[in-house]
Structure formats: structure tokens, C-alpha cells
Design a binder for this molecule. Sequence first.
Ligand SMILES: [Zn+2]
Length: 242
Amino acid sequence: MPIQQSEALILRSFNVGEQDKIVVFFSRDKGVLRGVAKGARKFDNRFGSSLEPMSLVQIFYYEKERRELVTISNCDLVESFFEIQEDLKVNFTLSYFTELVEEFFPSGAKEDILFRLLLAVLKAIKNKGDLIFLTAYFETWVLKINGLLPNFAQCKKCHKNITDFAWLSPKKDGVYCHQCAIYKKEKISAKANSFLQWIKKNPPLHKRNLPFSSSEIGELRKILEEIIIFNLEREPKTLRYL
Ligand SMILES: [Zn+2]
């Protein structure tokens, strides 16, 4: 079997047997993969701290036919995001990101935009970026890459441009203006829409002075999470801790 190598972010790992670990990793070339790291629990093993969650690594592995798990032969640490996870809020937020990646991008496909997104957000968190904002940023892009981000700028029925506020459609796939809406539960302000447009055009910020207020970010996150829950048909397990 030829050895494969890829840049990857470690998503999570769990113990198996006496000495091994199963590692879920997000490879730049092939998306989410699961592999066994033999001997990873032994003292002084060859993996060191490279298998910690969110480590950016160069990973070497073999794929076996008809096997779901690859075999990880080596893993070199490129950049660690271990220290930022001492903060419990960061820790929970990154678990949420992991769940979104695993749920929305189950396996086997290259997702370069998502890979660059996750890495950029991790670096922004490391540089003390605003966690609530960066969560909204990540959620927006996860939905956009999946084609699930509705157009908040135009009414689905009369196609009028939304200038003040609109209502999210029951299927969470668009908005209705106040005249056309029958279901008036989730209100979206024009400000939330301009925030979305801003996210689509700008990299994640490292600084704390954001162009939007925390209540505006909170409003947008509520809407984004409604759309996520609708599409997953359940609430992400890790969301309740945020
Ligand atoms: Zn309308």
C-alpha cells in the first residue's frame, strides 16, 4: 500500500484497546478521515503531542481496501492550538466546530475552503479574537459552503429588496417580507444581513474592535443556529455548552 501524506487538522481522538488511539482528522486532500494510531498511548510514543485536538500536522497514513479506518504511521506537529483550549469557552467552541465539520462534511471529499476557514479561525482565536464573532463567522461559512445559507436580502415571494427586516421561511431557505410572510417567528434585521455580506467578503478578524455590536452578532447567531438545527434535524450536542 502506498503511503499517503497530507496537511491535516486533528479533530478528536479516543482510546482503543490497551495502547492505541482512533484519530478523527480533517485532511486537506481528502476531508474527514478516521485512522488508528498504533502505540499512541504508550509512554514516549512517536506521536508526541501531535494528536491533540486541533493540532495542525503533516500526517502520513496508509489506506487499506474495504477498511473504513486508515493506519496512521507518523504525524509531525506543524502548529499547536493546545494552549488556547485551557480556556473552557474556547474548548467548548472548538468541540462545536468539530461537530459541525463531522456532521456537514461526513467524509472522503476534499474541502479546501473549509480547511482554510477552520485554520484561519483557529489562528484568530489564538490572537485573542472575539469568540462569539468567530463562532458566527464559522457558522456562516459552514452553511455557505453547503449551499444552505439563505438569501436574506430579497423576499422569496415578491422579490422585493429587504430594507428594514424580514422573516425566516419555515424551511429556513430564505426570507419573506412583512407583507408576504405567513409564519412570523424568526425576525431578521437588515443589519444582520449586512453582517452576513461583510463576513462573506472579509477574513476573520484578530482584533476586538468589530464593525458590529455584540447584540447584532447574537441576533445573527440565533438565526444561523436555527438553520443548522433545521438541517441536522437535531440540536448539535456541543451547542448547549456555548
Ligand atoms: Zn414579499
